[in-house]
Ligand binder design. Structure first.
Ligand code: FNR
Length: 380
């Protein structure tokens, strides 16, 4: 563990341990992947002002996200198929997040179900909702999340239609993997993954299996899922979803000020500036570049978060200094999970916390609440 010092170390180890099909699923973006790359490189353009000779003792990273105390302004983003990066992945990640004092968000497309995760943790987690054509299914999901004690609902707005990822098509991504000669050869070198997967019963979409007539018929499950994303989703839907949920609602995937305004008007308690980690509209700008305009439009009316490309505590500090209430991380925790299971997610969060703490001090601050544009070079 002492040789794992940054998120990149976790990524490299995950690449060695996770079957290629699932590693590629995580570590890819849509089409040319230009937005995927831009999400990370845009952070590098934001420069800090290094300050010296200020008292840096006794520092504080604690914050609040959606009324919840957090040990640092970081949360785990919803990611589909997390239980394919490592057996029982959603449960392990939720436990690591709970231990670290940061929110965990469970995806609709998870392998472990809402109830599996609720049983494994003691504090409420957040649930991410995809709106499917089958509205009874959506209503049932909302009710299940409520019954499981989830404390916030995150409605993803940027996946009415699926962006294309070349790697997934070329790999013939299936859940669980089809045992072709190529996958068998790959699995032969990923014995840790196979061993853990053999010991769990959770090998398909936990939230959905119950809705398909024959859940053991995996091709009908995959077909049902693929045909269910609803291209007709609109702002009107937010009203009934909010009414049914009757609790804190986050809208994820807002990149433009006018959409942020509509989200708030429709009843969002928070918005996440996000381009889905570069997995949807290739050619969209980096999410951190979209943050300032969204903040200007709705920052005084709602909490604004950002995700996409955060790979270090320095990136968290940059986002918070620009005005984000907090950030969500996707791939960094997936790399940790694929590399080392729960311990890997904990290590990911520890690395980010340590980097955030030291960088805050080197900017001359002791409390993350004081981080604002003054710690950034003008024009950053
Ligand atoms: C995602 N993301 C995502 N978002 C969502 O709302 N529901 C989902 O099921 C998924 N699934 C998913 C799978 C994988 C493998 C990835 C990498 C991402 C998007 C995710 O919540 C988040 O917006 C991005 O991951 C943020 O970018 P970074 O941190 O991965 O760069």
């Amino acid at each position: 563990m002492s040789t794992i010092t940054c998120i990149e170390d976790l990524r490299r180890l995950a690449k060695r341990r996770v079957p290629k099909m699932f590693y590629d699923y995580a570590d890819s973006g849509a089409w040319t992947e230009s937005t995927y790359r831009a999400n990370q490189t845009a952070f590098e353009e934001i420069k800090f002002r290094q300050r010296v000779m200020v008292d840096m003792d006794d520092r504080r990273l604690t914050s609040e996200m959606l009324g919840q105390q957090v040990s640092m302004p970081v949360a785990l983003a919803p990611t589909g198929l997390t239980g394919m990066q490592h057996a029982d992945g959603e449960i392990l990640a939720a436990r690591a997040a709970e231990k670290a004092g940061v929110p965990f968000t469970l995806s609709t497309m998870s392998i472990c179900s809402i109830e599996d995760v609720a049983e494994a943790v003691s504090k409420p987690f957040w649930f991410q909702l995809y709106v499917m054509r089958d509205r009874d299914f959506v209503i049932d999901l909302i009710d299940r999340a409520k019954a499981a004690g989830c404390s916030a609902l995150m409605l993803t707005a940027d996946l009415q239609i699926l962006g294309q990822r070349h790697k997934d098509l070329k790999n013939g991504l299936t859940v669980p993997p089809n045992l072709t000669p190529a996958t068998l050869l790959d699995l032969a070198t990923k014995w840790r993954w196979c061993f853990a997967m053999a010991r769990t019963k959770r090998r398909t979409f936990g939230n959905i299996a119950g809705h398909v007539k024959d859940a053991t018929d995996l091709s009908s499950l995959s077909k049902w899922t693929a045909s269910q994303f609803d291209p007709s989703l609109s702002w009107d839907d937010v009203k009934w979803i909010k009414a049914r949920w009757n609790g804190p609602l986050i809208i994820k995937g807002v990149m433009e000020p006018e959409d942020a305004e509509r989200a708030v008007d429709a009843g969002a308690d928070a918005v996440i500036v996000s381009n889905h980690g570069g997995r949807q509209l290739d050619g969209a700008c980096a999410s951190i570049e979209a943050l300032p305009d969204v903040l200007q439009a709705v920052g005084s009316r709602t909490e604004v978060y950002v995700d996409g490309g955060v790979r270090s505590g320095q990136d968290v500090l940059r986002a918070v200094a620009l005005g984000a209430r907090g950030v969500f991380i996707g791939r960094p925790f997936l790399y940790g999970l694929g590399a080392l299971g729960e311990e890997g997610v904990s290590r990911c969060l520890e690395i980010i916390r340590n980097e955030l703490d030291i960088s805050l001090a080197l900017c001359g601050l002791r409390d993350i609440a004081d981080a604002d544009l003054r710690i950034l070079k003008p024009g950053s």
